[in-house]
Design a binder for this molecule. Structure first.
Ligand code: TYM
Length: 339
């Protein structure tokens, strides 16, 4: 038995597929910053190899990768504290993913709801990469022996698969090598919904730009989108229970709670019973106060691509230093000569 003590280590990633939203910020990035500032070792990736599971224009991909790095830093990630890099610079991710392709079962992959959603009706025409994507995601995490992964609600099933892969690998080879990773899905905004339809997730792929707040939106755009957000005709309820079956109201309250770093209960104590005509300007003001400095800082950082590329290369070097020995050990366990 190979016994490994797993010290806490955080890993997470975001796809540079263009257009970061308030959902990415509240569900993921803001949490990344919180965990960095708790003093845990944190590794955050721009998962460019995931992005190409659907077609990406090469120039746009390069730009989106740098813009995501700018978004990370503008949100409060510090390259001196967190390791920031793009996935393709650390080949160990794809090397471990191959091993995991041989561990994961077809039946497990076929149950992944995100594949079904993304492939849509024409699954036969989806790339093999899109189908195998969750095994690469497991490799992203486990090549660092990461113990905690902050994500939004929509990634929960992929993290369960990551646990299944680690468990099966450990069992098949009779080792205690890979940690059983804990998903960290916390806070008031683990699932930010569309501003036009409270039953749909806020997403960069929604055809309506009014459905989302982009991290690059300026103050006017943010305020306008909140002013126009869909609501129902009733005033806000007086307590949390009253938000049940009122998805649009619930979403705006969740966003308010997450942006102001309080609980939904506290928000309801403060704004319960108000008309939307009174609540929306409060939310717009808060969103502009928190989000517009980020978009300004992103634009500033994007003016110096050389510096962004330097940060990514430096982060990749630090990431590789952790990943390489873990991959080597994995090869040894599996029986690869020369590992
Ligand atoms: P991606 O790029 O789709 O989303 C990045 C992160 O943002 C969160 N998120 C949301 N949270 C709340 N409300 C929303 N509307 C919303 N939209 C997006 C996502 O939950 C995610 O945390 N497969 C991943 C990327 C990935 C990864 C990893 C994550 C690749 N390898 C390893 C963690 C660990 C993805 O496509 O996320």
């Amino acid at each position: 038995m190979t016994e490994v003590v797993h010290t806490p280590r955080v890993f997470s990633g975001i796809q540079p597929s263009g257009g970061l939203t308030l959902g990415n910020y509240l569900g993921a990035m803001k949490r990344f910053v919180d965990m960095q500032n708790e003093g845990i070792e944190t590794i955050y990736c721009m998962v460019d190899l995931h992005a190409i599971t659907v077609w990406q224009d090469p120039d746009k991909l390069r730009r989106a990768t740098r813009e995501l790095c700018a978004g990370y830093i503008a949100s409060g990630l510090d390259p001196a504290k967190s390791i920031l890099f793009n996935q393709s610079q650390v080949a160990e991710h794809t090397q471990l993913a191959w091993i995991f392709n041989c561990v994961a079962r077809m039946g497990w992959m076929q149950r992944m709801t995100q594949f079904k959603d993304k492939a849509g009706k024409n699954a036969q025409n989806a790339s093999l990469g899109l189908f195998g994507y969750p095994a690469l995601m497991a490799a992203d995490i486990l090549v660092y022996h990461a113990t905690h992964v902050p994500v939004g609600e929509d990634q929960k099933q992929h993290l369960e698969l990551t646990r299944d892969i680690a468990t099966k690998f450990n069992h098949d080879y009779g080792v205690e090598f890979f940690p059983i990773t804990e998903p960290v899905i916390e806070g008031a905004a683990t699932r930010v919904m569309s501003l036009r339809d409270g039953s749909k997730k806020m997403s960069k792929s929604d055809p309506s730009d009014m459905s989302r707040i982009n991290m690059t939106d300026d103050a006017d755009a943010i305020a306008k989108k909140i002013r126009k957000a869909k609501t129902d005709p009733e005033p806000l309820p007086s307590d949390v229970d009253g938000l049940e079956a009122r998805p649009e109201a619930r979403n705006l309250v969740n966003i308010y709670a997450a942006l102001s770093e309080t609980s939904v209960e506290q928000v309801m104590r403060d704004v319960g019973g108000k008309e939307f005509s009174a609540f929306k300007p409060m939310l717009a003001e808060l969103a502009v106060e928190k989000m517009s400095p980020i978009s300004g800082e992103m634009a500033r950082l994007m003016q110096d691509e050389t510096e962004i590329d330097r940060i990514l290369a430096e982060g990749a070097g630090r990431a590789r230093a952790i990943a390489a020995p873990i991959l080597k050990k994995t090869y040894e366990i599996v029986g690869m000569v020369g590992a």
